[in-house]
Design a protein around this ligand. Structure first.
Ligand code: COA
Length: 260
């Protein structure tokens, strides 16, 4: 697919996806959503890509939410369909087994904050703002933000954001655990890439199964989740990467993982 609203760049196993509608604060219209679906699928299925960074074009916005013009036209059933479609795309990103980092370079509002929450880490520039302003528009979150936000920051803080519709700054997002780090704006992409490269230097199967066990385990009992962990721990014992990781340590050399 040729993208009209995204920039897609790959650099040594890292994909950098930039939502590119700066004149509209990178709002997610139907075309952006379709192109994001394609870009996420590309990351998920291209074996040469090990992880991705998602950011927004321009200095002001990461993504200022769903396109309010599109929302204004929707009826009940296409509203539901739009919500389910967005949820499916974010879930694909969250569960495809490769790490995604949101490099939040400005406003992350509504669907933008929801997309950032579906990424595995969020690195914010000092000028970033986060918020779920849906209640100010007579709607609610549609990309599962009502579910991911309390899982990330706890029910009380989530309800404060969801019910007030107010924005918080990057430091507050960091304080409540919504942002993993805050960095100066001019270092955001470099820091996000450095973080991602640090992650993908690790064993690929370990990364995929860590994502899986944390994601699935959170909705299980501690006992069932612990059993899932033990099963995946055992499964990795059949991988070449486990042998390589342990042998490399014992031989005092860096490991060379192959993802097998
Ligand atoms: N959908 C569609 N267009 C949007 C948009 C959105 N979510 N967010 C911003 N835009 C557009 C504005 O309409 C404006 O377009 P125009 O120049 O054609 O009039 C352009 O982006 C610039 O936005 P503007 O509001 O002029 O910039 P600002 O710096 O004064 O304010 C925001 C920035 C992000 C605070 C403000 O645009 C805003 O509140 N956006 C809506 C956020 C929101 O409610 N998102 C949740 C949607 S569910």
């Amino acid at each position: 697919m040729t993208y009209q609203t995204l920039l897609f760049e790959t650099r040594d196993a890292v994909a950098i996806i930039t939502v590119n509608r700066p004149d509209k604060m990178n709002a997610l219209n139907d075309q952006v959503v379709e192109e994001l679906r394609d870009a996420i699928e590309r990351v998920a299925t291209d074996a040469t890509i090990r992880g991705a960074i998602i950011t927004g074009a321009g200095a002001k916005a990461f993504i200022a939410g769903a396109d309010i013009g599109d929302l204004a036209k929707q009826g009940s059933f296409d509203g539901k369909a739009r919500s389910l479609r967005g949820q499916r795309i974010l879930r694909r990103m969250e569960t495809c087994g490769k790490p995604f980092i949101a490099a939040v370079n400005g406003f992350a509002l509504g669907g933008g904050c929801e997309l950032a929450m579906a990424c595995h880490l969020r690195i914010a520039s000092a000028n970033a703002r986060f918020g779920q302003p849906e209640v100010k528009l007579g709607i609610i979150t549609g990309y599962a933000g009502s579910q991911r936000l309390p899982r990330l920051v706890g029910k009380g803080r989530a309800l404060q954001l969801l019910l007030s519709g107010e924005m918080i700054d990057a430091q507050e997002a960091y304080r409540i655990g919504l942002a993993n780090r805050v960095v100066p704006a001019d270092q955001l992409l470099a820091e996000a890439e450095k973080t991602l490269r640090g992650i993908i230097a690790n064993a690929p199967l370990s990364l995929a199964l860590t994502i899986e066990v944390v994601d699935r385990g959170l909705d299980m009992t501690l006992e069932d989740a612990s059993l899932l962990e033990a099963n995946l721990f055992g499964l990795l014992a059949s991988s070449l990467d486990m042998k390589e990781g342990l042998t490399a340590f014992l031989e005092k050399r860096p490991p060379e993982f192959t993802g097998q």
